[in-house]
Write a protein that binds this ligand. Structure first.
Ligand code: UD2
Ligand code: MN
Length: 392
């Protein structure tokens, strides 16, 4: 018969054996299993960011995770070592949401190492890459705030030397995304010898930091998988959203067209220029080149461009005479703000640079180029171009 005392003895022996087995498992390198075993008895983690994605020991999800461990001042060593080829701060998937109440002051507070003009370089190593981000902009301050919130830490995780440029179209005339990119290219290169330029819509938030913001040996289309297209490439030649070109690539294709006023077509024109410049489009994998687009309607002042198909049919004839070499504009102001450099620019109208051109005197040469003729119709191939989303 088992007495009460011996019953306790058996229980203690059983627990003791369990402890020894666990210690052995742990010593044999089975920590993960032991942790798992222990976790079963613990209160589960708060759902959400922390438990979603775990990669390489970094808590996935929160784009700011791990950056707080970085030194808060630049090393004074004469020669800093180069940053590793693959940044140890890369964490993979990023959780993107758009909380109300986010302010630019909060973004500033979370990015203490970003300096005037939206510049950053790693504090503890010499960056291997210098990347400028060029963002065409007008009346999208709300989107810009979210982009800055995600993009700054995203680029810091990649250990880049980077700068963010907002190219703000002055006035209310029809928006011209591609021409603003030409302005951004020239103005950014004036300031620094960037080795890569990322041409970036203001409303696209990258969702995986393995999508490195550095250039390839050919022009790169980075926004390959967007939520608005079901995380698939909409068509093979698609080049919209976010693309990356080195200064050499940019000049080889004579930059971007200046004559696409309003929504659409310019991204396909740029894609065609890549091959006309003797290059091809590279892309990250569908798993990595993921973006979320902040939902929006078509803006006032950016109506669908009815001439786009007609213009696209002529890119082969026009690319050498319309592009970086003919981009005319006037910089109105250049502001070095805490989180970005803002360049406000007059890019004129289809009639030329001056918004209200003086009546031309007889014999005077008109500035700019005449607008193209009305479209004759569209071919099946041209229909491949995407159409604006009225409410995305
Ligand atoms: C698609 C492409 C975009 C471009 C456009 C056609 C995607 C994700 N992007 O965007 O790259 O080819 O079609 O022109 O498919 N913007 C302003 N203020 C305005 C209007 C535009 O800041 O009033 C800027 C802003 O950076 C915006 C970008 O231009 O993200 C593209 O315009 P959109 O977002 O209205 O066009 P969307 O989403 O159809
Ligand atoms: Mn958009």
């Amino acid at each position: 018969m088992i007495t009460l005392q011996s019953k306790w003895r058996y229980i203690f022996m059983f627990l003791g054996i369990q402890l020894v087995v666990m210690a052995l498992l742990s010593r044999e390198g089975y920590q993960k299993r032991v942790t798992y075993f222990i976790r079963i008895f613990r209160k589960p983690d708060t759902p959400g960011l922390s438990s979603r994605n775990q990669t390489a020991g970094i808590t996935g999800g929160d784009v700011y995770a791990n950056l707080s461990h970085l030194p808060k001042a630049h090393s004074h060593a004469d020669e800093m070592p180069y940053c590793p080829k693959t940044s140890p701060l890369i964490g993979g998937p990023i959780h993107v949401s758009f909380p109300s109440g986010l302010s630019l002051a909060e973004v500033e507070r979370k990015n203490p190492m970003v300096v005037r003009g939206g510049r950053y370089r790693p504090p503890d190593c010499e960056a291997r890459h210098r990347t400028a981000i060029i963002i065409p902009h007008r009346h999208r301050e709300h989107h810009l705030k979210f982009l800055l919130y995600y993009l700054h830490p995203f680029l810091q995780r990649q250990q880049l030397n980077y700068g963010i440029y907002i190219i703000h179209q002055a006035g209310n005339y029809t928006f011209n995304r591609a021409k603003l990119m030409n302005v951004g290219f020239r103005e950014a290169m004036r300031e620094e010898d960037w080795d890569c330029l990322f041409f970036h819509d203001v409303d696209l938030i990258p969702e995986d930091d393995r999508n490195t913001y550095i250039c390839d040996s050919n022009p790169k289309h980075a926004a390959i998988a967007m939520d608005k297209f079901g995380y698939k490439l909409p068509y093979k030649m698609y080049f919209g959203g976010v693309s990356a070109l080195s200064p050499l690539h940019y000049l080889r294709m004579n930059g971007f067209p200046n004559n696409y006023w309003g929504w659409g077509g310019e991204d396909d024109d740029i894609g065609v220029r890549v091959s006309l410049g003797g290059m091809y489009i590279t892309r990250p994998s569908l798993k990595v080149g993921r973006y979320k687009m902040i939902k929006h309607k078509l803006d006032k002042g950016n109506d669908v461009n009815p001439k786009r198909f007609n213009m696209l049919a002529k890119t082969r004839q026009t690319w050498k005479s319309d592009g970086m070499n003919t981009a005319e504009y006037e910089v109105i102001s250049r502001q070095y703000l805490p989180l970005y450099t803002n360049i406000t620019v007059n890019i004129g109208t289809e009639a030329g640079l001056h918004l209200l051109p003086p009546t031309p005197s007889p014999g005077a040469k008109a500035e700019g180029k005449p607008a193209d003729e009305a479209p004759a119709g569209m071919s099946a191939k041209q229909e491949e171009t995407h159409s604006p989303q009225t409410d995305h």
